[in-house]
Write a protein that binds this ligand. Structure first.
Ligand SMILES: [Zn+2]
Length: 132
């Protein structure tokens, strides 16, 4: 299947929020922050502090950054914001990396875009680690 160079409706658009969501999901998954899961939020009553999306009180009040890493910030608990699609792309990226970064031509354009985006984010991550 030839890659569409034009406006593929399935593509990640920088302005569509999909890219930002995927990058956030990626950094959140990479950092594996302990205690950042809905179970802990609920048990320890952190919904309001972390502005969890499933919690009405958590969503009330002034927006503020509750989680941040390497210039990626979230104004609400990132956990419920990680979509199944973002998760699937992160898994796909991990597999692709593990199997030697093969040809992406066989992939759907949106999958290939997601891989390229995650690879760029990973490189940014690695550069920053080396700088320290
Ligand atoms: Zn939460």
């Amino acid at each position: 299947v030839p890659r569409d160079c034009g406006g593929d409706p399935g593509k990640l658009r920088p302005d569509g929020g999909g890219t930002k969501k995927l990058i956030l999901a990626f950094h959140f998954t990479l950092s594996r922050p302990a205690g950042w899961d809905c179970e802990t939020c609920r048990k320890k009553g952190l919904e309001a502090k972390r502005r969890c999306a499933w919690h009405a009180v958590g969503q009330a009040g002034e927006p503020r950054v509750v989680w941040a890493r390497r210039g990626v910030a979230s104004e609400e608990c990132p956990r419920p914001r990680i979509s199944a699609q973002s998760h699937a792309w992160i898994e796909l990226y991990a597999t692709w990396k593990r199997t030697g970064r093969g040809d992406v031509m066989g992939l759907e354009a949106r999958d290939a875009d997601a891989l390229a985006l995650l690879e760029a984010e990973w490189e940014r991550e690695r550069d920053e680690q080396q700088r320290r």
